[in-house]
Design a protein around this ligand. Structure first.
Ligand SMILES: NC(=O)c1ccc[n+]([C@@H]2O[C@H](COP(=O)([O-])OP(=O)(O)OC[C@H]3O[C@@H](n4cnc5c(N)ncnc54)[C@H](O)[C@@H]3O)[C@@H](O)[C@H]2O)c1
Ligand SMILES: O=C[C@H](O)CS(=O)(=O)O
Length: 493
């Protein structure tokens, strides 16, 4: 066996060519003198490598996207839509392989990965349809000899940087509207999960996306980011990831006045009132808190339970959490995979230890699992103080911390006491309360009697320091077009 065969454990794919160990620049698959390894978080064993690229390759990718822009912009909306629909169909056709590849590099259970592939593909389908509805406006002239027309035009070259926790959906949620609008893209995926992005490029090529329209580079994030945020040929920068990195990169964009959209961190309050349907609320916590092993930006991060049902809720939630099956995402029955890496697990450990040190009670879980991989037990804590780390920071792990509250006014104040403003949840059967509290919560998205709010048809995004702009929905394409006013002076007949 060759050294490569001995060192790397490849996931089982029907189409082995979907696993690419090369970047994609100007329609060519490109390698580099040095590489970085991609590791399976469930086993700690390397899957393979991708090129360690930097500023030079980023500039080549920007040049390719810039050169490809005029022809791509010139295609009709229907032509662009047809290619996006083909790409959508290829994603669904190869969904099982894309899911296997995703689970191998990111760790989420296979069923969740397959769900993400369909969710990701849905953005291509949605924006293929939106491509043909980027309409303009005619305005009655402000003088007898004036005529006014407003048109929407693609902004140009778009640079995108995306996170590891949704390695396909966070990409198509940007690339879909960008290509639909007529823009071209340079994308840097997360170094922890590059294979999903590169597999999407394989299918984009097969769908007929012309060379230079989509470019994917891997490697040195700061070096690549410096080019993507400062090169004057890049008209727009879109980022999904942590708030600190988002702030850093957005600031770099100021020098060339790029359009910036940001999807940043959350700190979601999950509020359960006395009159809530208890089983529905418990199911809501499981769906929100433990999705992707707690590694989503919209996970319930703080769970506020009213006095009257606190004990019953805690008991039922703990019973449900104890049943969660932890293991390798590729193993059929797994419901909770590993955390993405040791650093992520260390943060979860720190949050649990901090809460217990402040007086919280550990009901179930609370420990790393021995052996390979970065596994952590699904955990429930009660009597969590409001100043605990897990109330003030995004835990990004499978830890449900319960905080007791008494009044509606009290819990609204607690829920809003954060610089984040992405998602929030409330469970009650009082219709007036759903409106009162839903309107009072300072968040971009509010789940009411549900723990799952994400869909391509509704605007996704945050307020306060959770981001700028909206992705998905009829709003999602607005970030990829500029509004132009044409003012005509005509001669009287
Ligand atoms: N709001 C949303 O839609 C959304 C969605 C998913 C994840 N997130 C957030 O993302 C975070 C988790 O993702 P993460 O750990 O990948 O975030 P991260 O900020 O560490 O990394 C995100 C991306 O930025 C790149 N990056 C990091 N430092 C950089 C630098 N100095 N220059 C250029 N690029 C750099 C990374 O390589 C990666 O591709 C969480 O905070 C989560 O809430 C938000
Ligand atoms: O992590 C945040 C993503 O946006 C997840 S999802 O959109 O809710 O699937």
């Amino acid at each position: 066996m060759t050294d490569t065969q001995i060192r790397y454990v490849r996931p089982p794919l029907a189409r082995a060519d979907l696993l690419r160990e090369a970047a994609y620049i100007d329609g060519a698959w490109v390698t580099a003198d040095t590489t970085l390894e991609v590791t399976n978080p469930a086993t700690g064993v390397a899957i393979g490598t991708v090129p360690m690229m930097g500023a030079a390759e980023a500039e080549r990718a920007v040049a390719a996207a810039s050169a490809a822009f005029p022809a791509w912009k010139a295609k009709s909306a229907k032509e662009r839509a047809t290619i996006l629909k083909r790409w959508y169909a290829l994603m669904e056709q190869h969904g099982d392989d894309l899911a296997t590849l995703m689970t191998a590099e990111q760790g989420k259970p296979l069923a969740e990965a397959r769900g993400e592939v369909s969710y990701a593909a849905a953005f291509l389908e949605w924006f293929a349809e939106e491509a043909r509805r980027i309409n303009g406006l005619t305005i009655p002239g402000h003088a007898a000899d004036k005529r006014l027309v407003v048109v929407q035009e693609p902004v140009g070259v778009v640079a995108a940087i995306t996170p590891w926790n949704f390695p396909a959906a966070m990409i198509t949620r940007k690339v879909g509207p960008a290509l639909a609008a007529g823009c071209t893209v340079v994308l840097k995926p997360a170094e922890l999960t590059p294979y999903s992005a590169l597999a999407l490029a394989v299918l984009a090529e097969e769908a007929g996306v012309p060379k230079g329209v989509l470019n994917i580079i891997t490697g040195d994030a700061p070096a690549i980011g410096e080019v993507l945020t400062t090169d004057p040929r890049v008209a727009k920068f879109t980022f999904t990831g942590s708030t600190p990195v988002g702030k850093l990169l957005a600031a770099k964009c100021a020098g060339t006045v790029k359009r910036v959209s940001l999807e940043l961190g959350g700190n979601a309050p999950f509020i359960v009132f006395d009159d809530a349907d208890l089983d529905k609320a418990v199911a809501g916590v499981i769906a929100s808190k433990f999705r992707n092993t707690g590694q989503t930006c919209v996970c319930a991060n703080r769970i506020y339970v009213q006095d009257g049902i606190y004990d019953a809720f805690a008991e039922r939630l703990a019973a449900a959490v104890k049943k969660l099956v932890v293991g390798d995402g590729l193993a059929g029955e797994t419901q909770q995979g590993p955390l993405i890496d040791g650093r992520a697990r260390d943060k979860v450990i720190a949050h649990v230890e901090d809460a217990v040190a402040r007086g919280a009670h550990l009901v179930t879980g609370g420990h790393s699992l021995p052996g390979a991989g970065s596994f952590f037990e699904p955990t429930v804590l009660t009597a969590v103080p409001t100043d605990a780390l897990l109330c003030r920071e995004e835990t990004f792990g499978p830890v449900a911390g319960l905080v007791r509250f008494t009044t509606e006014a009290e819990v609204i104040a607690l829920a809003n006491d954060t610089s984040a403003g992405l998602a929030a949840y409330l469970f009650t059967r009082d219709l007036s309360r759903t409106w009162r509290v839903g309107e009072a919560l300072q968040y971009g998205m509010v789940g009411i009697n549900t723990g799952l709010i994400s869909t391509e048809v509704a605007p996704f995004g945050g307020v306060k320091q959770s981001g700028i702009g909206r992705e998905g929905s009829v709003y999602g394409i607005r970030d990829y077009v500029d509004t132009k006013t044409l003012c005509f002076e005509i001669e009287a007949g």
